[in-house]
Design a protein around this ligand. Structure first.
Ligand SMILES: *Cc1c(COP(=O)(O)O)cnc(C)c1O
Length: 436
């Protein structure tokens, strides 16, 4: 179909793909990331003002799916994946809101992408009738979301790699609690190592012949696209009510969540400024301040899901906004240390009775700084996880227990286990071949 959007690799050395092909593949064959050949444009009037989040998603993503085998299924995919609330909750001070992305089954925003990807893959025919192994490297939250989304799904296995000792105890429990077709591997390394091992496995044609593999990292388009929905839904609701664009503060690691936000704005919808909040891993803040892009090893912080030294979606960001000067004009990023994260959590609990997870606290701190500078624009702080997932950090700071949401409580009741894995590409290959 002439109106169907093609997907290109950021490295330009792979053939273009349809949406279904790009979603099924995860990574492009040249090692690049799939991007749409152009971003479609939409206007507020294209959306049903009474529509649910799933309705907004179906309208927003229709041009990305046009002409694809999955196009007719898009409303059903959106309804299945986005069946929980993503409220834009006003904060009791200033013109500020929290966009709460953590009301899904594993209490972090990764549920949105994981459930959408699973809903897509379930509907795609496969030539191979051997089980598909979904590889996922996680800094804590992605693995659980992907595990939950594919748990007990026929003919699919999920292999989760996480950095041993660098996720919170409750995160580790979630990762290991599924059983059945979901296996967690605790890797003696960092998140970046896990990510590298997954990429190496996906690029290994010999391995792929023996074990059909796909990815579910934020490099997968099937995760990135649905994350655009909540930004569109929140911004459109705000726009209709106030006639003004909403600005966003996004806790950032691999840049998947923030890129989704920027793509919505680039499509022409009324979003204002977007600022990135980073922990002590300062690759992005240094670049946006005018330095070279210098990926590096990650350092461990309290906001562990953002412990990324080489943000994988940077390639997509560059592709979208062209040269680095243009990119620096588009975005602003700030880095902060653990002491600042702690102080922010304590401050908001004692002064406003609000409890935030360490990731969300990075964005709250940016809001505090903006207010100190006299900025009175309406901001939405993006809340990426429920504080109960990080109770070991949060509870001592606020001096009381954090209520555990029911879905998380149910997972914590189950037993959990993870196998150790050494930090080499060979170790993962060997593990996968042994179970093929
Ligand atoms: C994954 C994650 C982030 C970082 O999101 P990116 O898309 O990698 O930038 C932030 N906070 C939490 C709680 C996360 O799980």
């Amino acid at each position: 179909m002439s109106n169907s959007l093609r997907y290109l690799s950021t490295r330009s050395r792979a053939p273009s793909a349809s949406l279904s092909e790009a979603v099924a593949a995860g990574l492009a064959p040249d090692g690049g990331l799939y991007v749409p050949e152009r971003l479609p444009t939409l206007a507020p009037a294209d959306f049903d003002p009474r529509g649910s989040l799933a309705d907004t998603a179906a309208t927003l993503l229709a041009p990305f799916f046009a002409g694809d085998a999955l196009a007719g299924e898009l409303p059903a995919i959106c309804a299945e994946a986005l069946d929980f609330a993503v409220p834009l909750r006003p904060l009791p001070y200033g013109d500020a809101h929290v966009l709460e992305l953590f009301h899904g089954p594993t209490a972090a925003f990764k549920d949105v992408g994981a459930r959408f990807l699973a809903a897509c893959l379930r509907r795609l025919p496969r030539a191979d009738d051997r089980p598909l192994t979904i590889l996922v490297a996680t800094s804590g939250d992605t693995g659980a979301a992907v595990g939950a989304a594919f748990h007990r799904q026929p003919n699919v296995r999920v292999t989760i790699l996480y950095p041993d000792g660098l996720v919170s105890p409750r995160q580790a429990h979630q990762l290991g609690c599924f059983g059945d077709n979901v296996q967690a591997l605790r890797v003696a390394g960092r998140f970046d190592d896990c990510q590298r091992m997954v990429k190496a496995a996906l690029n290994d044609t010999e391995l792929q012949r023996a074990v059909p593999l796909s990815s579910a990292n934020s490099i997968s388009l099937g995760r990135l696209l649905p994350q655009m929905s909540y930004y569109a839904h929140a911004a459109l609701g705000f726009w209709r009510k106030h006639g003004e664009p909403l600005n966003f503060l996004v806790p950032t690691g691999n840049l998947g969540n923030a890129l989704a936000c920027l793509w919505v704005r680039a499509m022409g919808l009324p979003l204002g400024e977007v600022r990135l909040a980073c922990n002590a891993n300062a690759t992005l803040p240094e670049f946006f301040a005018g330095g070279d892009y210098a990926p590096r090893e990650a350092v461990a912080t309290l906001a562990n899901a953002m412990d990324v030294g080489a943000p994988s979606n940077f390639e997509r960001l560059r592709w979208t906004f062209g040269d680095d000067m243009a990119l620096r004009r588009t975005l602003h990023a700030e880095s902060m240390d653990d002491a600042t994260i702690r102080r922010t959590i304590t401050l908001h609990a004692s002064e406003h009775g609000e409890t935030f997870c360490p990731h969300t606290a990075t964005a709250m701190h940016l809001l505090d700084r903006l207010r100190d500078q006299g900025d009175d624009r309406p901001w939405a702080v993006v809340a990426t996880a429920h504080p109960a997932k990080f109770e070991q950090v949060v509870e001592p700071l606020i001096g009381r227990a954090v209520d555990v949401p029911p879905a998380l409580a149910a997972m914590l009741q189950r037993s959990a286990s993870a196998e150790p894995l050494s930090v080499t590409d060979e170790a993962l290959k060997h593990w996968l071949l042994e179970r093929a």
